[in-house]
Design a protein around this ligand. Structure first.
Ligand code: TGC
Ligand code: FAD
Length: 386
């Protein structure tokens, strides 16, 4: 029995949602899964080619309305993230950063000209975006950012460094957040603008099938219309994070389920002390606990998806989902690894790849500690960040 069948999850989905899930699943099975061990091993992703295939699939900015985007519901988007992250967190990251961070920033905060210029091409995967908020010294606390934008006539001059930026070196357009005399503002920086350089972060042991880069802005001159007119203050970038965090609420379950499915299969085959590993009570207890946490996480994700579709979801509720589901997913990946024994440390099985990927997922889009403190602040009315 599939772990989600224990919870009757399919009955909670519409025909269209099940169809989207099946379509993305087929894409992952045929176009991604066969290549992932190699991409992960080599630390290389054919991102530009994949972006176009993901654009044809219709998942880039799929939850946005207009400008060539599919205008799907939140649950459909979540299920696509679940399937993609079931293949690899790096693939979900590519889609999250494109649709929920870069495209959403332009869709929500951009001018009509910026939307027309970038969104249709980004939805097709012909233009790739990245989102530069984090800096070397300011990750959890982006309010401290040092990247600065100053006026020179009607132009803007940007200087600073952004760190850990997904898709950074392959992006055609970078959404860069910078401090101005008027507070934090967002800017669209096209690749190749003089003074703008990127450098990939190599030797990662997590999210190896994903491009992660440093962005260096050295007196980058931009026209006035490069600024996102509707974003003012830290709430601008944080509003985008809500979108990407929501995708992770679903995505993390995909990684957990992929581990669990591989492990259920493995313990049925593996003989220890002359019996299948599946026949031992300790094994079954681990499997039952993991199935419970996976199903509970999926129910939580679906509930948050319905709140999002109703337009009532709050950032604190997204924090509840991100904290719980990533924390449980990483625990499940580690437990699955124990059941696979030594085989669990190789790329022959997806488990160690998901486990190491989830270390990044636990950290990015707000660390588990940041989300605990967001929830603590909501419960007590007192901020413990400082
Ligand atoms: P705080 O005083 O709480 O808020 C400042 C202003 O922002 C508003 N706000 C939000 N608005 C929308 N959504 C949210 N989630 C919001 N949280 C806060 C708030 O109302 C206020 O607005 P206003 O109008 O009154 O000025 O700010 P703070 O400095 O105390 O910080 C709060 C904190 C720590 C929660 C925030 O800084 C935070 O979330 N830090 C974590 C940073 C983070 O998550 N970075 C992610 C970078 S992108 C990334 O990791 C991509 S990974 C790739 C992938 O997704 O695959
Ligand atoms: P720090 O903020 O230095 O945190 C270190 C530790 O201190 C953590 O455990 C943290 O929880 C804890 N901590 C921090 N503040 C407190 C506190 N007040 N109380 C208690 N504990 C605290 N960023 C982008 O802008 N765009 C991207 O596309 C992007 N992609 C990423 C891709 C990858 C693979 C990774 C790993 C990161 C990416 N990031 C991106 C950056 C990511 O968002 C940051 O790493 C994250 O926000 C944490 O910041 P930090 O690494 O500087 O850790």
């Amino acid at each position: 029995m599939h772990p989600t069948a224990l919870f009757g999850i399919d009955g909670l989905l519409s025909d269209e949602e099940r169809e989207i899930r099946a379509t993305v699943r087929r894409f992952c099975d045929t176009e991604l899964r066969p290549h992932l061990p190699e991409w992960f091993d080599e630390g290389h992703l054919p991102a530009r080619e994949l972006a176009q295939r993901l654009g044809s699939l219709g998942v880039l900015g799929m939850h946005l309305e207009g400008y060539g985007c599919a205008g799907m519901g939140a649950v459909s988007y979540g299920l696509a993230c679940l399937e993609l992250e079931g293949a690899d967190s790096g693939l979900r990251s590519l889609v999250s950063v494109q649709g929920s961070l870069a495209m959403f920033a332009i869709w929500k905060h951009g001018s009509e000209e910026q939307k027309q210029q970038w969104l249709p091409a980004m939805a097709r995967g012909e233009a790739i975006g990245c989102f530069g908020l984090t800096e070397p010294d300011f990750g959890s606390d982006p309010a401290g950012m040092r990247t600065r934008a100053r006026r020179d006539g009607s132009d803007w001059i940007l200087s600073g460094t952004k760190m850990w930026i997904t898709n950074g070196s392959i992006a055609d357009i970078a959404v860069v957040w910078a401090r101005t005399d008027d507070g934090i503002r967002g800017f669209l920086v096209p690749a190749g603008t003089p003074g703008f350089q990127t450098r990939d972060i190599d030797r990662k042991l997590s999210l190896r099938a994903s491009v992660t880069s440093e962005l260096v802005l050295d007196e980058v001159r931009l026209p006035a219309e490069a600024m996102l007119p509707q974003a003012r203050g830290l709430s601008g970038p944080l509003s985008c994070l809500n979108e990407a965090r929501f995708g992770i609420v679903f995505g993390a379950i995909g990684a957990a389920l992929d581990c669990l499915e591989a492990t259920i299969d493995y313990v049925g085959q593996r003989q220890v002390f002359d019996r299948p590993l599946a026949s031992y009570q300790l094994t079954q207890q681990k499997l039952a606990d993991m199935a419970l946490e996976t199903g509970k996480a999926l129910l939580l994700a679906l509930h948050l998806g319905r709140l999002k579709e109703a337009g009532t979801i709050t950032p604190e509720q997204v924090s509840v989902g991100k904290l719980n589901n990533v924390r449980e997913a990483i625990e499940i990946a580690r437990t699955c690894r124990t059941l696979l024994g030594a085989n669990g440390i190789t790329l022959e099985y997806p488990v160690i790849r998901h486990a190491t990927n989830l270390e990044s997922v636990l950290t990015y889009e707000g660390t588990s500690e940041v989300h605990s403190l967001v929830i603590g602040r909501a419960l007590t009315g007192t901020s413990a960040f400082q």
